[in-house]
Design a protein around this ligand. Structure first.
Ligand SMILES: O=P(O)(O)OC[C@H]1O[C@H](O[C@H]2O[C@H](CO)[C@@H](O)[C@H](O)[C@H]2O)[C@H](O)[C@@H](O)[C@@H]1O
Length: 919
């Protein structure tokens, strides 16, 4: 539908394992769901219309029991809440779950933590008792678990406590992901499971659910997940600075040991199941060490490994507080790709790595030095989205319409504000209720006319307590309730089915998100989609990942810490005209249908594979053969139309790279010119010289001395045509329409860094800028390391302040980097040269067509060429040319390469002269 096309993933791209993280098993072990179905039958799920409001009111009071466990037994709802509180162990929901882990089940949960704190019901709790959302989905039964001599039946069912967004996303690409294996933990304690049961479960999970359970002792899991993940990492990643009592935990958590151990168990399970060609996709902060533990296995040293962080990543000032900060960062840097939801999180990560590990953090990723060989880790921004098509289908189900009608009747004449959040501090639910109270105070005309329906996702008991929601809900309800009105209706997710939730989103007059920090917030995307035809506004915290996307700027933005501002926003939303609401909704919707779950999955996997291929190529020069003149010279000789693409600097000209040499006036190198002219003398040759140097004073001098050679200057910004019978050679400015106001700012930034970097200097060219940050000997020393770190900082500054605005890219080198317009490169220039309408063949016309032309595409003039010979260091160009028939590519970079041949630059003139002299 409106989704953009996403690339097909073929079998060879995505083979048998797309592995995920701790939170990956979509299934859990459960028993006797029927008993709990009965219990929940009195809830919203099966309730007649007349009982809805009472039912909601009753449920809303169930929020308090965490604070008062002693009173649980008499109140069935308090028992619900107590059992349901901690530990969202397994992450994946069924296909129709909402994106953010909303479970929509009517049953109750039996989190792992519960069994350890309540030994008397240990077994009962260990066996999951959650019901599947879909009543038609029959539980699968198998051989019984033996406990204390008695047989207990078990079955597998979909788990509601997982990252539903991830599961939906992976499901959304359907068959394009030919084979996959989820690796995760079961949503229940497993200590009492005997070997037979475990192997039964293993077998069933693999065969029927494409899942590989990782078996973790209960206490180890609890310590890792409830303590390290949720009390240390989660707050830190969400920018929460610890208060005094928690500080020790934060800095020195002993539970890190269990975190390491859980990560190791995942690594062992994956390594044992790994097959050549698999891609490993690690998800979220629970498994930050996993990439390095996997990489340590010789079997996986070259495997494609990607890591995606679903939650936020804070500023380095916060992350550096963690005592285990280095281990976590190094754990991630073993991946080929580390993906984030937003540009800011990615930038924070790069800066954190640069500041804590003193590695070079470049706009595109991190340069990691390992034992003398460089490795580049891609850092990507790959935002999560929702499966719009699946949601549309779900919305069309009769159950949803039924609930829409019921809600409309029930709340006729009232406005409905909806929210759905985890009940911990970071989600800002307390702030939300406070703001709602202020709104009712400020606008008494809305009292009894508006209801806030807040759906609460579970979190750990202590997080929920810290969220401090219970008291404030009680306060506002006691202040404003009447016999027939209650302003805040509070529901735990297990009390609302997904259909009911979609109905709520559809009838809502506003959706309110007050997160103090959040990775993305996909529930806002669901709201927008459900508002098709209604278009009411979204009130969104500026601190969510979703808000950082331009389409979402059409929400009503709030600072959740400013409750007065939020109260105002609620008023604005409820009184907004339909025209304004529609126009805002269109922007929001456009974003939701563009940045989809499908795009997320395909972009992540494609990028991970690409990064991996590049890393492998770059890491091994030894496998590339030396240019074999014995086999190539005869082919050259017997070809009738040849194209020669020769790099200048670093290939046929060994430039003096000392400071003095670089600053000296340019003198055209004699040997290189002689070679070019010799080649150009042969009428069967079309010769092109490719350079990064400017036209003025440099390449124009070359042109004067090698008049029959075509020239690409400034990496493709300028092209000098070859003369032909009809026309003289001339320079073409490829970037004549570009805006170059960025150059002044760029130079200003670089001047700042130049002052702090001994020996550095700026080279301003016509359309690009080079910063030479090191001109001393190319051996590692403290000064060079300093210069490289300065260069990384400078690149980040330029990229962040000018990159996106002016469409710039930065090409990092060993001792310098280059800033130039996007979409301009030697590859685009060669594409233009090869194009039938390009400068090599006819007077220029239609620049825009050939500027973006792929040299390997189409049926242009290169079809006639019977020998294409490219020698140089532009890796991208060399690899693209490999796709041409008759192309011989040769790298002079002395680095790992995808070229067919390699050649020492010092030998280039001598070796190439043998070709030039062939007649
Ligand atoms: O509670 P956890 O097991 O520790 O898991 C953390 C959260 O993961 C999921 O949310 C995150 O991913 C979503 C999709 O990328 C994103 O929209 C959200 O902002 C992130 O926080 C899960 O949906 C949450 O329930 C978990 O709390």
């Amino acid at each position: 539908e409106s989704n953009p096309p996403t690339p097909d993933i073929h079998a060879h791209d995505v083979p048998s394992l797309a592995k995920s993280g701790l939170s990956t098993s979509a299934f859990q072990i459960g028993d006797k769901p029927a008993a709990f179905r009965q219990r929940s039958g009195s809830g919203l799920g099966n309730a007649p219309l007349k009982s809805i409001v009472e039912d909601l009111k009753d449920k809303s009071r169930a929020i308090t029991p965490i604070a008062s466990p002693g009173s649980e037994s008499g109140n069935p709802f308090s028992r619900f809440a107590s059992i349901a509180s901690p530990g969202n162990l397994t992450p994946l929901n069924g296909a129709s779950t909402p994106a953010n882990g909303h479970n929509g089940h009517n049953g109750i949960t039996s989190p792992r933590k519960y069994q350890t704190t309540h030994p008397e019901i240990q077994f009962a709790a260990r066996i999951q008792r959650k019901q599947s959302r879909s009543s038609s989905r029959r539980p699968e039964r198998d051989s019984p678990i033996i406990n204390g001599g008695s047989y207990q039946p078990w079955h597998i069912e979909f788990n509601s406590h997982c990252n539903g967004g991830l599961k939906n996303a992976v499901d959304s690409v359907g068959d394009r992901l030919k084979q996959k294996l989820w690796v995760g933990t079961l949503g229940t304690g497993t200590d009492s499971f005997g070997e037979t049961v475990r192997s039964n479960i293993d077998e069933r999970m693999k065969e029927q659910h494409c899942s590989l359970p990782v078996w973790i002792p209960d206490d180890e899991f609890e310590s890792c997940y409830d303590e390290f993940c949720h009390q240390v990492l989660w707050p830190c990643l969400h920018y929460a600075v610890p208060d005094a009592p928690k500080t020790k935990l934060f800095y020195e958590s002993a539970s890190f040991k269990q975190y390491v151990s859980v990560n190791q168990r995942f690594a062992d399970a994956i390594i044992a199941n790994y097959q050549e060609g698999d891609i490993i996709w690690v998800n979220d902060y629970h498994l930050m060490l996993l990439p390095s533990l996997l990489r340590a296995s010789p079997l996986l040293s070259n495997a494609p490994i990607g890591f995606f962080l679903h939650v936020a990543f804070p500023s380095s000032e916060i992350f550096r507080c963690l005592s285990v900060r280095e281990s976590l960062l190094r754990g991630l840097l073993a991946a080929d790709l580390v993906g984030f939801q937003t540009v800011n999180y990615a930038r924070h990560f790069r800066q954190t790595v640069s500041r804590i590990l003193a590695l070079e953090a470049l706009p595109k990723g991190i340069q990691v030095e390992t034992g003398g060989t460089g490795r580049f880790v891609d850092v990507g921004v790959i935002p999560m989205g929702i499966d719009v098509n699946a949601l549309r289908e779900k919305k069309r189900e009769p159950d949803v319409s039924y609930w829409v009608q019921l809600l409309r009747q029930r709340y006729a004449g009232m406005k409905i504000v909806v929210g759905r959040d985890k009940l911990d501090e970071v989600q800002g639910v307390r702030h939300k209720i406070q703001a709602f109270e202020q709104f009712l105070d400020k606008h008494p005309e809305f009292q009894q006319k508006v209801v806030l329906i807040q759906v609460a996702l579970q979190t750990t008991e202590s997080n929920e307590l810290a969220g401090g929601v219970a008291d404030i809900v009680s306060r506002i309800n006691s202040r404003f309730s009447t016999l027939t009105y209650q302003p805040v209706v509070f529901l735990h997710t297990q009390e609302v089915t997904f259909s009911q939730y979609l109905a709520l989103l559809s009838v809502a007059d506003a959706f309110l998100v007050t997160s103090l920090r959040e990775g993305m917030a996909l529930r806002t995307h669901e709201f927008v989609e459900c508002q098709e035809g209604r278009h009411r506004p979204l009130i969104l915290s500026e601190f969510t990942g979703s808000y950082s996307y331009s389409g979402f700027r059409s929400c009503i933005a709030i600072n959740p810490y400013d409750s007065r501002g939020t109260a105002k926003a609620i008023y604005q939303a409820l009184t907004m005209s339909d025209e304004e609401a529609l126009s805002r909704w269109k922007d929001l919707h456009n974003h939701v249908v563009t940045q989809t779950a499908q795009t997320f999955v395909t972009s992540f996997l494609t990028r991970c594979l690409r990064a991996n291929t590049e890393h492998i190529i770059q890491s091994d020069l030894s496998v590339v053969p030396q240019l074999d003149t014995a086999s190539l010279l005869p082919r050259y000789k017997h070809s009738a139309k040849r194209l020669l693409l020769l790099d200048f600097e670093g290939a046929i000209w060994q430039r003096d790279m000392t400071r003095a040499g670089l600053l000296a006036p340019f003198e055209a190198p004699k040997e290189a010119l002689a070679l070019l002219n010799k080649f150009a003398e042969d009428p069967m040759n079309e010769v092109w010289l490719l350079s990064g140097l400017p036209v003025k004073g440099v390449m124009d001098k070359v042109a004067a001395e090698a008049p029959n050679v075509g020239i690409v200057a400034e990496n493709g910004c300028f092209i000098r045509t070859r003369p032909n019978r009809k026309e003289k050679a001339s320079w073409i400015n490829v970037v004549s329409n570009f805006n170059f106001t960025w150059k002044a700012s760029c130079v200003e930034i670089l001047n700042y860094f130049t002052e702090r970097t001994p020996g550095a200097f700026v080279e301003e060219r016509e359309a690009s800028v080079v910063w030479r940050f090191w001109t001393g000997p190319v051996t590692d020393c403290a000064d060079r390391q300093w210069a490289r770190r300065q260069a990384a900082e400078a690149q980040n500054h330029i990229f962040d302040s000018l990159g996106e605005r002016y469409g710039l890219r930065i090409i990092p080198g060993a001792n310098s980097f280059l800033v130039l317009p996007n979409n301009i490169s030697r590859s685009t220039a060669v594409g233009a040269i090869l194009h039938p309408g390009g400068p090599a063949h006819s007077p220029l016309s239609g620049r825009s067509v050939w500027m973006s032309h792929d040299p390997t595409e189409g049926d242009g003039v290169h079809d006639e060429l019977d020998f294409v010979f490219a020698v140089g260091g532009d890796e991208k160009l060399l690899r693209r040319l490999n796709d041409l028939d008759n192309a011989e590519t040769c790298s002079t970079s002395r680095k790992g390469t995808g070229a067919k041949w390699k050649l020492e630059p010092k030998d280039a003139i001598e070796v190439l002269s043998r070709f030039a002299n062939v007649r």
